[in-house]
Write a new protein. Structure first.
Length: 365
């Protein structure tokens, strides 16, 4: 009899736990979007007989319950701290922490992906450029290139990657910038580089392209904190980054046009700095096609940059040296369409891409 009572008590206890969890999951205040993970959370499943008998309803409900469990952010942080401090895991969700820097392991080197990227760049060259175009190419190493050298966690051979890239891109003059970069040049919680730390990178690129840039910048710091993309993935209690940007006469007086949305925009969108991805304050993020006209340019010198999101923060530093800059992101616009919007005649051309895109070039059209 005592055994039956114990079994009954256990069953009642589990029923109460399940009922409480179900009640909290259904009626606890919920969000539709996770700002820390930068993704939409699962929606409530729609019940139907077919969904129930196929098992889809239960799998959808499980995803919904996991995304909306009460105190979810606190539980994610507890799990991450347990993995780090008790089980001594070096990473959480593929994100490594070293000396306050969060980074993702970029490994292994994907030469097939690099070949595909170079082939796409070569296609653009053959379709649009003539001998009057000076063509340049530079690889931006991701943050892991700097950190892995000191932390020892797995990383691809970045020196080999850069050597292969420069050899394969025989249609362009290669400009090396990797030796200028160190871990402090990147945000601690994000993938990208810090604009205020890369003026020397912009200067080297401009000098190689025979352009003269103004170094008369004013640094401005935003009041609110910047939690980068790695912060939410790591789920660790870390200090946020500060978000700074550089401005000057040429930057403030230029005219920026977003051809994707047919509108004039600002170099720095301070409203986006308060949004889901604060890095999108730089030229409103990775738009497919942007032109920047500088009415105060000392000479009629034009530049076309084929770029990824790293280009959004360095492009403003080139404005003082050019009368017009065009930014094209062929992850979002097919190269065949560019001729309708861009006049490549007598322009300098810069292919400026990060290893994150070159090693995963399936994103390029």
């Amino acid at each position: 009899m005592n055994t039956q009572k114990k079994d009954m008590a256990v069953c009642i206890l589990f029923a109460l736990i399940f009922a409480t969890g179900f009640f909290l999951c259904v009626f606890f205040p919920k969000s539709e979007y996770s700002y820390s993970e930068r993704r939409s959370l699962a929606s409530p499943p729609v019940f139907s007989a077919s969904a129930f008998w196929s098992g889809r309803f239960m799998s959808d409900f499980e995803a919904y319950a996991v995304d909306h469990i009460p105190f979810r952010e606190q539980l994610r942080m507890f799990k991450a701290l347990t993995a780090k401090n008790i089980f001594r895991r070096q990473d959480n969700n593929g994100i490594y922490l070293w000396n306050g820097f969060l980074t993702a392991m970029e490994y292994p080197l994907n030469e097939d992906s690099l070949n595909r990227a170079i082939d796409r760049f070569r296609y653009v060259c053959e379709k649009y450029f003539t001998e009057k175009n000076n063509v340049f190419f530079s690889v931006i190493p991701d943050k892991n290139a700097c950190i892995a050298r000191e932390s020892g966690h797995p990383a691809m051979d970045y020196a080999l990657f850069e050597a292969l890239a420069s050899q394969k891109a025989d249609f362009a003059e290669y400009i090396k910038i990797s030796d200028l970069l160190e871990s402090d040049d990147y945000y601690k919680t994000d993938t990208h580089w810090r604009q205020e730390r890369i003026t020397d990178v912009a200067e080297r690129l401009a000098r190689a392209m025979d352009a003269v840039l103004s170094q008369d910048y004013e640094i401005r710091t935003l009041e609110h904190n910047f939690y980068g993309v790695y912060y939410g993935q790591a789920a660790l209690p870390l200090q946020p980054d500060s978000l700074q940007y550089l401005t000057g006469k040429a930057i403030e007086n230029c005219i920026v046009f977003d051809w994707q949305n047919n509108r004039e925009i600002s170099v720095y969108d301070l409203e986006k700095a308060k949004g889901k991805d604060p890095y999108e304050m730089f030229l409103s993020g990775s738009l497919s096609l942007i032109t920047i006209d500088n009415p105060d340019a000392p000479a009629d010198k034009q530049l076309v940059i084929f770029r990824d999101s790293f280009g959004s923060s360095i492009a403003p530093l080139f404005i003082s040296g050019y009368s017009k800059i065009t930014l094209a992101d062929i992850r979002y616009v097919h190269p065949d369409l560019l001729g309708q919007f861009v006049d490549f005649e007598n322009c300098d051309i810069l292919f400026l891409y990060s290893t994150l895109v070159l090693n995963h070039s399936e994103t390029l059209k």
